[in-house]
Ligand binder design. Structure first.
Ligand SMILES: *[C@@H]1O[C@H](CO)[C@@H](O)[C@H](O)[C@H]1NC(C)=O
Ligand SMILES: *[C@@H]1O[C@H](CO)[C@@H](O)[C@H](O)[C@H]1NC(C)=O
Ligand SMILES: *[C@@H]1O[C@H](CO)[C@@H](O)[C@H](O)[C@H]1NC(C)=O
Ligand SMILES: *[C@@H]1O[C@H](CO)[C@@H](O)[C@H](O)[C@H]1NC(C)=O
Ligand SMILES: *[C@@H]1O[C@H](CO)[C@@H](O)[C@H](O)[C@H]1NC(C)=O
Ligand SMILES: *[C@@H]1O[C@H](CO)[C@@H](O)[C@H](O)[C@H]1NC(C)=O
Ligand SMILES: *[C@@H]1O[C@H](CO)[C@@H](O)[C@H](O)[C@H]1NC(C)=O
Length: 457
């Protein structure tokens, strides 16, 4: 739950408070797109807010300096910022970290330039796994509303062609890093063709992200590996509602120290599904991933419904592509009311020997990372023709295995035959609840296991 000040809520038009995209919303959206600068200036003035109306550069030049100037100076606090559109060319990196009580209405499209060499030269560290970004965005009591039309377009095809399906290339930036963002709402925004991950939320608390559309699709032979929808890192109380994601990697991923993360009423396609991890990548470091809840999720053509992944207990190499030896706990993870359409691998998956530089599946019993209190409930739907396993749950014996793993009301069948999945493949799952393990095959180097997993973070 986000705690926006009463003042801020009172200052917003009534339509803001509606829980979901309704007819009323749609009417309000088109009415607002058409509003004049004078209309918004009056609204800002009536609310005692500073006012910025940012038009794209008339000659198609870089719009980043004007955006930064507004968000860092004139409209940095108690402000209304309007982006009427149509297209903002983003040609330089941005840092806007100190917004206070700012409402942003974005009706246009921000389009990042395709100068890969430039972006590699400026991409800024996110502070985890060598990830980097070209926009740091943060503040307190921020509402950023795209009204269903505002778009961040990373121009990603040039990046997919450049990466040639290789994962984790150094300095390849994500589109935006929400960073030290608190008590804020991001809503009705569209994120398309992200350069790398779409976004990460780091060092943030009490952020709601509602009615968000993400789509990174390649038109060439090269994949959209690494185009995660959103990763949470060092963050607490982040809520995702009504997301649509079509991409080539994790839809939503929880990484180091993510707690009280929730996902509701969302649709994910083509990527890996919901990821808990990877975890334990940093040798000797302790981390927690706690209290995750997801409900009413539809996934189509994803690798899994959800998967938990820790590195092995033995540290070899360094992040982003090597690692291991990390400590910690993943606990109280619940996913319920799921419809899977044509899943590509085991619907439910966990393992403790992640490794992006190949040889994943080694030293699987060495991790000390504990996974417990994990529930999958009401999982129905279909998988593709090659899938035989309902679950593949590989828990590390050095961590004492996994405790309190529950699967309730699982009804996933092979689409082409209508036959249920009868293989429940487990290792060191202590007293499974609601299911019986059928076998434990050698975990390593099974193409079905390793096929979709690396190097995807
Ligand atoms: C742009 O990137 C460079 C290099 O990472 C950094 O030093 C600079 O502060 C960044 N500027 C902005 C405005 O983000
Ligand atoms: C990751 O970052 C570290 C520290 O900045 C650096 O030494 C290393 O080369 C980077 N690795 C890759 C693959 O980018
Ligand atoms: C994603 O974009 C592709 C290419 O534009 C399009 O074909 C596809 O329908 C989109 N997916 C969703 C879920 O909107
Ligand atoms: C599940 O989510 C979808 C997509 O947001 C929504 O249309 C539907 O009403 C939700 N179902 C329930 C039972 O909340
Ligand atoms: C992650 O959380 C643990 C506690 O679970 C804490 O000890 C550690 O310092 C945190 N790590 C970072 C980098 O904040
Ligand atoms: C488990 O997580 C839920 C949120 O999904 C939270 O409400 C509940 O209190 C947590 N349980 C424990 C024992 O921490
Ligand atoms: C990770 O893969 C590399 C090969 O690229 C291998 O040398 C290393 O042993 C593996 N590490 C673990 C922990 O499996």
């Amino acid at each position: 739950m986000v705690h926006i000040s009463n003042f801020l809520l009172a200052a917003l038009p009534a339509v803001f408070a509606l829980p979901s995209a309704s007819q009323h919303d749609l009417e309000g959206r088109s009415a607002n797109v058409a509003q004049t600068e004078a209309h918004w200036a009056n609204q800002a003035s009536a609310q005692g807010r500073h006012f910025c109306y940012i038009k794209p550069d008339a000659n198609g030049g870089d719009d980043a300096p004007a955006i930064m100037d507004a968000l860092n100076n004139k409209c940095n606090s108690k402000a209304l910022v309007i982006f009427p559109g149509p297209v903002y060319n983003i040609q330089t990196n941005m840092t806007t970290l100190d917004l206070q009580d700012v409402v942003i209405y974005q009706f246009g499209r921000m389009l990042w330039s395709t100068d890969i060499d430039y972006w590699l030269s400026v991409s800024m560290p996110v502070g985890f796994q060598n990830q980097s970004t070209v926009w740091y965005f943060g503040g307190h009591n921020v509402v950023w509303d795209g009204w269903g039309v505002g778009t961040l377009d990373g121009n990603g095809q040039v990046w997919y062609d450049w990466a040639k399906s290789q994962g984790n290339l150094a300095r390849r930036p994500m589109n935006i890093n929400f960073r030290t963002l608190t008590n804020s709402v991001i809503k009705r925004l569209r994120f398309v063709q992200s350069q790398m991950w779409t976004m990460a939320i780091t060092y943030s608390q009490y952020v709601d992200l509602d009615d968000i559309y993400v789509n990174s699709t390649s038109t060439s032979q090269w994949s959209t590996l690494n185009t995660d929808g959103c990763d949470t890192i060092y963050s607490d109380s982040i809520t995702f509602r009504r997301w649509t994601i079509s991409n080539g990697d994790d839809a939503i991923a929880l990484k180091m120290n993510s707690s009280n993360i929730a996902v509701y009423d969302s649709y994910f396609e083509n990527g890996q599904g919901i990821a808990i991890g990877s975890m334990g990548q940093y040798n000797g470091k302790y981390e927690h991933l706690e209290n995750f809840y997801a409900r009413n999720i539809t996934l189509k053509n994803t690798a899994h419904v959800s998967y938990l992944k820790t590195w092995a207990g033995i540290s070899r190499g360094y992040p982003p592509n090597g690692g291991g030896g990390g400590l910690g706990v993943a606990r109280n993870i619940t996913i319920e009311d799921v419809t899977l359409i044509g899943g590509r691998q085991q619907p439910l998956f966990a393992w403790q020997c992640e490794n992006y530089s190949g040889f994943s599946g080694q030293d699987c019993d060495s991790s000390l990372f504990k996974m417990e209190d994990i529930t999958w409930k009401n999982i129905k739907g279909t998988v593709g023709p090659g899938v035989t396993e309902a679950v593949y749950l590989q828990c590390s014996s050095a961590a004492g295995g996994c405790d309190n793993v529950e699967v309730e009301n699982f009804d996933v069948v092979v689409a082409s035959t209508g036959k249920p999945l009868v293989v429940w493949d487990c290792f060191n799952v202590n007293a499974p609840i609601g299911f019986t393990c059928t076998e434990s095959v050698t975990p390593k180097l099974s193409p079905a296991v390793t096929g979709g997993h690396g190097p995807d973070n």
